[in-house]
Design a protein around this ligand. Structure first.
Ligand code: F6P
Length: 203
């Protein structure tokens, strides 16, 4: 069975200022991650086979994942990068671009409601984790169908859902899972369970 590599985009300017959502570009540290991660991935025999040239990279339509994926273009000129709208980050609606502190002080009811039930809570004019899980169905279908290893470059909430699906974690734990920046999670499906290896880049 083929491996699935999951990573968040490199650090973005919004990550630096602690704001959620938006469509920010990578920070300088995020750009360094994109290059280091690409250099490392193409050395992984499970991922990139120089003779067959098989490698699939999926990202969202947001600047920060596309920019992270583009680091592969210099290294492998004919690489195929597929952009999925379904991989876009959870839509925080009226809270997009705010820090958690701002949400807590400006919209205390929203903040409390989310803290109480992060899985079902839907941002006004935005999405809930349950919405995200639903829109990821076609992505999961294609990932399971793929005969080639895939690198998915996406976002924190989206990757929490994908990771939990493949690791068979309880649905309630999804919104609370730790998935760090500048880390690649390699999932290797076995006959009974999926093994995970983490590779962290100190940048
Ligand atoms: O802060 C980065 C980010 O990807 C935001 O864009 C998103 O709203 C958030 O993380 C999701 O994490 P949580 O559900 O814990 O707020």
């Amino acid at each position: 069975k083929k491996a699935i590599f999951l990573t968040r985009h490199g650090e973005s300017e919004f990550n630096v200022s602690g704001r959620i959502g938006g469509d920010g570009a990578l920070s300088s540290s995020g750009k360094r991650y994109a290059k280091a991660m690409a250099d490392w991935i193409i050395m992984q025999p499970e991922f990139y086979n120089r003779e067959q040239g098989h490698m699939h990279i999926w990202c969202s339509t947001m600047k920060r994942t596309v920019q992270t994926a583009n680091a592969f273009k210099k290294r492998i000129p004919n690489v195929k990068i597929y952009q999925w709208r379904a991989l876009n980050e959870i839509d925080a609606g009226i809270c997009e671009g705010k820090t958690y502190k701002q949400i807590e002080s400006e919209m205390p009811n929203e903040f409390t409601a989310r803290a109480k039930d992060k899985l079902s809570y839907r941002y006004p004019q935005g999405e809930s984790y349950k919405d995200v899980i639903q829109r990821l169905e076609p992505v999961i279908f294609e990932l399971e169908r793929s005969t080639q290893p895939v690198l998915v470059i996406a976002h924190r909430a989206v990757l929490r859902c994908l990771y939990s699906y493949f690791m068979e974690l309880p649905i309630q734990s999804i919104p609370h899972l730790d998935l760090n920046l500048h880390t690649v999670y390699k999932l290797s499906p076995g006959d009974y369970k999926t093994e995970v290896d983490r590779f962290t880049f100190g940048l």
